[in-house]
Design a protein around this ligand. Structure first.
Ligand code: GLA
Length: 399
């Protein structure tokens, strides 16, 4: 993993020239520990960056063509983005996220420089570990770096700004109403820490992920999901309806998170539609669970942390209805293992990954038992990653 030399060699094979002048940027995927479907409701989330990343090798071009050429180590697709007509790249199957970032950065006044880029994506695509945010944030960082250098602007790129621009690219260019969590975690991750983020204010705190003799295990159901499938945007719309009606009780409220659990309980009858009411219930209780989880972790109370994770899954299954048989099966099997103190889906849902907290000494047994049971029931062989919290987006200075 993180084989930067390999990406540079592949770059030279593909685009020619020498390794000199080839730069490497990287941005990680993320695992969300708790706080799901809260970000676009102004709520709290608690993600950590993971080791698997989207790595790019990049070189400026000065042949006079105002284009960005894109390729990936694992795809035959080659994409050329016309810098003066980025809009034309809107419907790309692969390259859409990158084009979206270039489009938004250009709108924001960054100078988009002609360059060649090779992507090497370690984050499994469509797995709920934010492969798209990793792709976007590394692109944003690289393009902003070149732009700043061209314009003589010193100092590091503002990564919170990059996270926001990458999110906007996904919203306006790719048509997914995603929140800020994934891009923020990818941009701002810190080794051995999770990020407690308030998605309304973007205030955040790093919380040391001290798990003592426990590990975080990510279980990939291998059931692909896609946010663009429409269910995601449907949930966003349902939350909006719920907010509109709840506001009668609290006119100043800007988002669902502005309601405490008690306020919600007093006002929930205002939400006429049963579905919208249970969506809001999930969001408001989930925000409360995030606050409790952060406290539990600070108090080294991992048992409570695990229980809150499991409660989150149940709410996502029964109230938010974004889990599905694959995620439910994996969580159910995970919780049967002695030494697993909490398990839930992570990310948007509808397939993708679970996250579990498992005792060190049970990790091998967990992978074996859950893997076998899941394969028997679902007919798919899952994958597992034992994950530490990793650093966020950065340029890698090659030695
Ligand atoms: C996806 C989105 C995030 C967030 C999660 C659900 O990962 O990109 O913004 O909404 O789903 O918590």
């Amino acid at each position: 993993m993180n084989d930067y030399g390999y990406v540079v060699r592949k770059f030279v094979e593909l685009y020619g020239g020498s390794e000199e002048g080839v730069r490497v940027f990287t941005s990680p995927g993320r695992v969300n520990l708790i706080g799901e479907h809260t970000d676009y409701n102004g709520g709290y989330v608690f993600p950590a960056a993971i080791e698997q990343s989207s790595i790019i090798a990049l070189r400026r071009r000065d042949d006079g063509n105002k284009t960005i050429r894109l390729a990936a180590t694992d795809l035959d697709d080659r994409v050329v983005i016309d810098i003066n007509d980025i809009d034309a790249s809107r419907s790309l199957k692969w390259g859409n996220y990158q084009a979206g970032v270039a489009y938004i950065l250009r709108q924001e006044g960054y100078q988009i420089c002609p360059c060649d880029i090779l992507y090497h994506d370690e984050v499994p695509l469509g797995s709920g570990l934010s492969s798209s945010a990793a792709i976007e944030v590394v692109m944003a960082l690289a393009l902003a770096t070149l732009s700043n250098e061209t314009n003589g602007i010193d100092g590091p790129v503002d990564m919170i700004k990059m996270a926001k621009l990458a999110q906007r690219a996904e919203n306006v260019f790719c048509g997914v109403s995603c929140g800020i969590m994934d891009q923020f975690a990818s941009a701002m991750g810190r080794r051995d820490n999770a990020i407690f983020l308030d998605c309304k204010t973007l205030d955040f705190k790093y919380v040391p992920l001290v798990l003592r003799d426990y590990k975080i295990i990510i279980g990939n159901t291998k059931k692909k999901r896609s946010l663009a499938e429409g269910k995601y945007n449907e949930r966003c719309a349902e939350c909006k309806v719920a907010l509109e009606q709840l506001r009668i009780a609290k006119p100043g409220a800007e988002c669902l998170r502005d309601f405490s659990v008690d306020e919600f309980e007093d006002a929930k009858a205002l939400i006429q539609d049963d579905t919208c009411r249970i969506r809001a219930e999930h969001v408001i209780y989930e925000c409360d669970r995030v606050l409790k989880s952060v406290q539990a972790l600070r108090d080294s109370n991992l048992t409570d942390f695990g229980k809150l994770m499991t409660a989150s899954h149940i709410s996502l299954r029964d109230l938010y209805e974004v889990t599905g048989p694959h995620l439910d099966c994996m969580v159910e099997q995970s919780l049967k293992v002695d030494g697993c103190i909490g398990s839930r889906m992570t990310g948007a849902g509808f397939g993708g990954c679970t996250v579990s907290i498992v005792k060190d000494s049970s990790v091998d047994g967990f992978i074996q038992t859950v893997g076998q049971a899941y394969t028997e029931k679902m007919g798919i062989v899952p994958e597992f990653y034992v994950s530490d919290a990793a650093d966020g987006a950065r340029e890698i200075k090659l030695g």
